[in-house]
Design a binder for this molecule. Structure first.
Ligand SMILES: Nc1ncnc2c1ncn2[C@@H]1O[C@H](COP(=O)(O)OP(=O)(O)O[C@H]2O[C@H](CO)[C@@H](O)[C@H](O)[C@H]2O)[C@@H](O)[C@H]1O
Ligand SMILES: OC[C@H]1O[C@H](O[C@H]2[C@H](O)[C@@H](O)[C@@H](O[C@H]3[C@H](O)[C@@H](O)[C@@H](O)O[C@@H]3CO)O[C@@H]2CO)[C@H](O)[C@@H](O)[C@@H]1O
Length: 631
C-alpha cells in the first residue's frame, strides 16, 4: 500500500501562470523550493486528501481550481475571489472567452491505450479523442495510461507512489504532459516500458497477438491503483483555468477489462475509509470479446477483500486459461461500477440480446442495464483538407477531382496498376475473426472478375496475416495485402479508395467507417453494432446484413452477402446516386462534439459533488484545440 505526501506548498502562483506547463517543470521548481516535500513512501493505506494543499495554499476539496471567469458573477468563496482577480486580468487578454466558475466536472479516463501515444486499435483512438472533446466543453479532464515508451513530450513529475501488486510492493512514477486541454498522465514502471518499448503496436498486451503477458493482471492492477491516486496527489497547473490536484470529487471513466479493478479498489481502499465519498465510476465496454478471464485462484493476486470474490466468480465451458471456474475481470467491472456504457446503442442492444452476442455476460448486463453512445472520430487527425499523409487536400466540393488523383497515388504506393477508372475497395483493421478479413478473402473469387481492385491493411493473427499476404500472388493485378501497422498507408487508403469494406462478425462501434465517410469513401458494412447506427443503407453506404458470430468457421452465406453487396456497390460507381451518397457522407458531423454532449449528460446524472454541465458552444473549444498531440 502507499502513503501520500502530506502537503505541498508552492511559494506563489506566479510561477505557474500561463498555459501548457508541464508538471515536470513545476515539480523541478518545487523540488528546489521544498526538496523533501515529494518524498512519497510506502507501507500505509491511502490517507484523505490534505485540506490545505498546493498552489496558493488554498482549500482543495474538489476541482482544484475550477475555472474562473465571468466577471460580473461574483462567488462568495474566498479562494474563488482571489483566483478570479488573476483571471480578470487574463480575460482582457482573451476577449470572447467566457467561462463560468460553476461549470464543468472533473473527469479521469483510464485505459490501457491512449492515442497517439499508444494504440493497437480503436480503444486508443477513443482515449485520444473523447477527452479533448470533454475539455473543449469546459471540463477538467485527465487520462491515465501506462508509459510504454519514452514519450518525448511527457515529463517525469517527480511524484512516485508505492503500490502492492500481487504479493510485492512496487514503486511507480507519474509522467505528464498537457495537450489539447487534457492532462495526459502516464504510469511509469518496468512492467510497461521494458516489455513494450514502443509507441504503438502489438506488444501492449503480449509478446505477439494472441499471447498475453503472464503478469497482465499485475500490470493492470498497478494501472488501476495508480489511476486512483493521480487526481489526489498530482498538483497539476497545466493551464490558466484549473490548478492544483483534481481532488476527490471526480468521475472515473474506466475502459475495458484492463481497468475493471478500479471500481473495486475505489470501494475497498478509499470509500471504506471515507475518501472519494462522492466519486463515481462509469465503465465503458469497447469490446466484450476481451473480458480478462483468469484462474480462480488468481483472485488472491488482486488484493481485494473476500466480499468482492462473487463479483469475479465465473464459470464457462472453455479450457482457456484453465478449465472450469474462473475469475472474470469484466464481470466485476460491470457489477462494481455505477454506470455501464458501451460505444453504440445497437451494440448495447446486442449485448443483452443473448449469450452469443453478450459473450456470456448478457445476464449480468441485463441486471445492471447499459447505455450505448456512439463514438465520434478525431476530426483533426482525419481531415481531408489538412491530412499530412495525402498529397492532395480536399473537401466535399473538391472530392470528385481529388479522389482520382489520390487513387493513383495509392495504386502506385502498393504496386497495383495505376488507373483512375478502376474502383478500389479498401479494408483496414486488426486481423482477428471479429473483423472478418477471412470472410472477405473467401468472397474475392466471387467478384474479382469485375472491374475492381482490393487493398487490405492489417496486423494480428499470423494465419490471417499470411492469408492477406497471399492476395498479391493470387491476384497480382487486382489485390494487395499489407500486414503492417502503417498509419500513413491507412490514411492513403481512406482517401484514395472508393469504398471501404467492414465485413465484421461483430463491431461495437467501428471508427474506420467514420474516417472513411469523412473522406467521401463509401462504407460497405455488415449490419452489426455501431455499423448499424452509423451507416444508412442507400444514404451513406451499403448494408450487408448481419453475419454469423461464430468465429470458428466462415459461413458461406456471409461470403455470398459480401460478394453480392460489393457487386451492388460497384454498379453504383460513377453514377449520380453514388455522388449523392458521397456528399451525404462528407457533410455529416462525425466529430466527438455530439457524443461528448451525451457523455456529459450521462456522467452528470451520476451526481458527483461539485459537478455541473460544461459550456455549450464553442467558447473554449479553441483553447482545447491548442497543442495538438505530437509525441
Ligand atoms: N494496420 C493498421 N495500420 C494503421 N492503422 C490501423 C491498422 N489497423 C487498425 N488501425 C487503426 O486502428 C483503429 C481501429 O478502429 P476500430 O474502430 O476498428 O477499433 P477496434 O476494433 O480496434 O476497437 C474497439 O474499440 C473501438 C472504440 O470503441 C470500437 O470502435 C470498435 O468497434 C471496437 O472493436 C483505426 O483508427 C484504424 O485506422
Ligand atoms: O484497441 C484495440 C483493442 O484493444 C484491446 O483489445 C486487446 C485485449 O484487451 C487484450 O486482452 C489482447 O487480447 C488478446 C486476448 O487477451 C487473448 O486471450 C487472445 O484472445 O488474443 C487477444 C489478441 O491478442 O489484445 C487485444 C488487442 O489486440 C481492447 O480491449 C479492445 O476493445 C480494442 O478493440
Amino acid at each position: 500500500m502507499h502513503r501520500l505526501f502530506e502537503s505541498i506548498t508552492f511559494p506563489s502562483d506566479s510561477w505557474f501562470s500561463g498555459s501548457d506547463f508541464c508538471i515536470g517543470q513545476i515539480i523541478k521548481m518545487a523540488t528546489m523550493a521544498a526538496a523533501s516535500s515529494f518524498a512519497v513512501a510506502s507501507g500505509s493505506e491511502p490517507k484523505a486528501t490534505p485540506k490545505k494543499i498546493g498552489f496558493l495554499n488554498r482549500t482543495v476539496t474538489h476541482a482544484g481550481l475550477r475555472c474562473l471567469n465571468i466577471v460580473d458573477k461574483l462567488q462568495s468563496r474566498t479562494t474563488t475571489q482571489q483566483l478570479r482577480k488573476k483571471h480578470v486580468k487574463k480575460q482582457k487578454a482573451m476577449p470572447g472567452v467566457v467561462m463560468d466558475c460553476r461549470s464543468g466536472m472533473n473527469m479521469v479516463f483510464v485505459g490501457a491505450e491512449v492515442g497517439p501515444w499508444s494504440k493497437t486499435g480503436g480503444l486508443g483512438d477513443v482515449l485520444g479523442g473523447l477527452p479533448p472533446a470533454m475539455a473543449a466543453n469546459g471540463h477538467r479532464v485527465m487520462t491515465v495510461a501506462p508509459r510504454y515508451d519514452q514519450y518525448k513530450d511527457a515529463w517525469d513529475t517527480g511524484v512516485a507512489i508505492e503500490v502492492k501488486v500481487g504479493y510485492i510492493t512496487e514503486k511507480v512514477r507519474f509522467f505528464h504532459c498537457y495537450k489539447r486541454g487534457v492532462d495526459r498522465v502516464f504510469i511509469d514502471h518496468p512492467m510497461f516500458l521494458e516489455k513494450v518499448w514502443g509507441k504503438t503496436g502489438s506488444k501492449i498486451y503480449g509478446p505477439t497477438t494472441g499471447t498475453d503477458y503472464e503478469d497482465n493482471q499485475l500490470r493492470f492492477s498497478m494501472l488501476c491503483q495508480a489511476a486512483l491516486e493521480a487526481p489526489r496527489i498530482l498538483n497539476l497547473n497545466s493551464c490558466e483555468y484549473f490548478s492544483g490536484p483534481y481532488g476527490e470529487d471526480v468521475v472515473f471513466i474506466a475502459n475495458d477489462w484492463h481497468t475493471a479493478l478500479l471500481p473495486c479498489y475505489l470501494k475497498s481502499m478509499y470509500k471504506s475509509k471515507g475518501m472519494y465519498e462522492t466519486a463515481k465510476v462509469a465503465y465503458c465496454i469497447h469490446n466484450i470479446a476481451y473480458q480478462g478471464r483468469f484462474s480462480f485462484g488468481d483472485f488472491s493476486l488482486l488484493n481485494l477483500p473476500d466480499a468482492f470474490r462473487s463479483s469475479f466468480d465465473f464459470i464457462d465451458g472453455y479450457e482457456k486459461p484453465v478449465k472450469g471456474r474462473k475469475i472474470n475481470w469484466m464481470k466485476a467491472g460491470i457489477l462494481e461500477s455505477d454506470k455501464v456504457l458501451t460505444v453504440s446503442p445497437y451494440y448495447a442492444e446486442e449485448l443483452v440480446s443473448g449469450v452469443e452476442k453478450g459473450v456470456e455476460l448478457d445476464n449480468i448486463i441485463r441486471k445492471t442495464g447499459i447505455t450505448g453512445i456512439v463514438n465520434g472520430m478525431d476530426v483533426q487527425e482525419w481531415n481531408p483538407s489538412t491530412d499530412k499523409y495525402i498529397s492532395i487536400k480536399y473537401n466535399a466540393s473538391t472530392v470528385m477531382i481529388a479522389k482520382p488523383l489520390l487513387k493513383e497515388a495509392l495504386q502506385a504506393e502498393v504496386g497495383l496498376p495505376v488507373d483512375r477508372d478502376i474502383p478500389i475497395i479498401g479494408f483496414i483493421g486488426r486481423l482477428e475473426e471479429q473483423k472478418g478479413s477471412d470472410i472477405l478473402v473467401e468472397a474475392i473469387p466471387q467478384f474479382i472478375r469485375e472491374k475492381v481492385q482490393i487493398i487490405v491493411l492489417g496486423t494480428g493473427k499470423k494465419p490471417m496475416e499470411e492469408q492477406i499476404q497471399q492476395l498479391e500472388i493470387l491476384y497480382p493485378d487486382k489485390a494487395r495485402g499489407v500486414a503492417k501497422f502503417n498509419v500513413p498507408l491507412a490514411h492513403m487508403i481512406i482517401a484514395g479508395a472508393d469504398f471501404i469494406l467492414l465485413p465484421s462478425r461483430f463491431e461495437p462501434c467501428g471508427l474506420i467507417q467514420l474516417h472513411a465517410m469523412r473522406y467521401g469513401t463509401v462504407p460497405i458494412v455488415a449490419s452489426t453494432g455501431g455499423l448499424v447506427d452509423t451507416v444508412r443503407e442507400g444514404f451513406t453506404g451499403f448494408q450487408m446484413g448481419a453475419f454469423n458470430v461464430e468465429c470458428d468457421a466462415v459461413d458461406l452465406a456471409d461470403v455470398t452477402a459480401v460478394a453480392s453487396t460489393i457487386r451492388r456497390a460497384l454498379k453504383s460507381y460513377g453514377t449520380p446516386a453514388l455522388a449523392e451518397i458521397i456528399e451525404n457522407c462528407m457533410t455529416q458531423d462525425l466529430s466527438w462534439k455530439g457524443p461528448a454532449k451525451k457523455w456529459e449528460e450521462m456522467l452528470l446524472s451520476l451526481g458527483v459533488a461539485e459537478s455541473n454541465p460544461g459550456i455549450d458552444g464553442e467558447e473554449i473549444a479553441p483553447l482545447a484545440k491548442e497543442n495538438v498531440a505530437n509525441p
